[in-house]
Unconditional design. Sequence first.
Lengths: 180, 569
Amino acid sequence: MGMWIFIIVVAMVFAATILGYIVVRLNPHMQVPWRSSSDASLPYTLLVSTLVLFASSATLHQCLKCAKRDDTKGCTRFASVTYWLGFLFVLLQGEAWWSMWMRHVNIDENLYAWTFYVLTALHVLHIIGGLFALGVVTRHASEGLYDAARHNGIVLCAMYWHSLDVIWIALYATLWFGSR
Amino acid sequence: MTTIVTPRPELLDTSVRPDNYLTYTRGFLSWALTLDHKRIGVMYMSAVLASFFVGGVFALLLRTELLTPGRTIVSADTYNQFFTLHGAIMVFLVIIPSIPAALGNFILPIMLGAKDVAFPKLNLFSFYLWIGGALFTLYSLAAGGFDTGWTFYTPYSTTTTTGGVIPVLTGVFILGFSSIFTGLNFIVTVHKLRPPGMTWFRMPLFLWALYATAIIQVLATPVLAITVCLLIVERTMNIGIFNPSMGGDPVLYQHFFWFYSHPAVYIMIVPAMGIISEIISVHGHRQIFGYRFIAFSSIAIAMFSFIVWGHHMFVSGQSGLMNTIFSLISFSVAIPSAVKTFNWTMTLYKGTISLTAPMMYGLSFIFLFTIGGLTGIHLATLNTDVHLHDTYFVVAHFHYVMMGSALIGMIGGLHHWWPKMTGRMYNEKAAIAACIIIFIGFNVTFFTQFMLGSQGMPRRYYDYQPEFQIYHVISTIGAYIMACGFFLCAACFVQSLLGGKKAPANPWGGRSLEWQCTSPPPHDNFSSPPTVGNCYDFSMLRWDEKEQGYVVDKELEALAIAAEARGHS
């Protein structure tokens, strides 16, 4: 239950941020264009990173299933795969940042680029927090601490991780519509 | 979770007096690393009272400055920092944590009949977060202070040259986390750790109030977190989200800020209302009137709190339709508030009122809250608000609610549970005298400000027209009277700690569970699961001369149980 409340807290943070984004995006009194014509569109890396994040959720789910079957080996394997997929996601987001930066978006004139950086950074920070939890889960799994009776650690971690998935979809959709 | 049980030496030695949470272990680390909710509560209380002292000193300084028009003791810039610090310290370091984190931590698990909160380590962590936030706030003074007002409105907060803005925002961010974790802990504790027999509708009203508060803390504080984050990023990197020249919107900041800070007002007042429900019925020795109404009105206030934030922004250029809607919803907050006030007065009616110190604070609360609440109606009304906006009328209104109600409620609760927390009684007469002095000082200070405001004196101004001076002088005198009252109150507590009479288990005649364990409570609260009954049925209590406190009379208890059984059949 504590984890549910925590997820609600995180969801409130993102809901407020997305709402704020929508308000400035749709601001009828805007004095400058939202996005100048020379600005880059959203990098395609984001599509790849989305797939990676989905895959990591799937492997984490497999990890939990293994634990419930008393399959310690499979549990460890899937936990570490999830960890590395999460790590890969962070790298891909970094690449997306880099490509935006390289394509000279005008950060001093309008909001388009900054809001992209702020929203993705906020999400990546939560992912990095989740990676710490995943690291602990992976270590515990390799020490054989999870079995059919005890796997609460994985359940809590998975709840958080899946919710970051859902949040990412909402965020990506917002960014995509916002860039039009 | 595994627990290692080691035999305690003091339990083997029967000559040592029964252990309590204060003497259970000794040494600095036993406090600094404690997971005991009672010790954490006491540490919070000490820290909050220390902050209250600092915030109070700033209040006296700024009132002194306002004695005369123009310069009295400090320059205009220093004055701006004084009122900002007064506001920020009192709101973020004192009133928000005072009841939930300090009194709530101590009382909630005992009142519920639990051994501790659901997540004791998280509880200790949130205390250290609070300390961290407080240190950042202190550091902001060294970094050049800040003069934005406690609301940090853009664009001023992103452009002012004072250097302490970012440290204090970081402090507020961290304090927010502390508040969220406390709220999370309380919700889970109330849901999961109720002992058998403690149904939702047997919970004391203070617990309902803390529960409602925890919901607000959990839902609203994250929005403050992202708001101050964006403000920090805006100030350091100029991202433009609050800057119109880059397509941003400074009013968006106000929306964000008040979406948290209006509910935050109820984080301050709702737990105080819970305390008053306890005080009024226990010291009036009468079953609380309209239990369910009071319980649900706490939840109703929590819900309403999220949909009224726009009433802080009637003059910000919001559309007329929005203003009308927010005005209407704001009026509806009066309903649950009035439900509580009427129920308290009905509880007092025909009660056997003991005019103890907590009761004096309780009565002060009802008086001051009524004034504070009713002047809110003037401000929720669109046409009067346009005149009164940003004047001393607003200052007086929110001091009546935040100080005259929330803080007085907190001090009343501290008097109510002081014997339980410390095991010592205080000098009742002196405590009552302190309450009366504070009450008089408060009204002298702030009632005057209603007149100042309605005549047009704007808030936060350093200089003013000579015709306002008489009011400012009276108001400043009131502030000093109030300070005397608080010093007397503090002296009472110090005297009690040094040489107060030993407190009985139940000095006031309460029936909720905290009065069933010894004063101070043992380390794990209850040696055997407590029996849960109707916590507002005082008929079975009688005063025991030997004990110097109230005890449950077996015969009266049998009668009460028989009566309840008849009621059910």
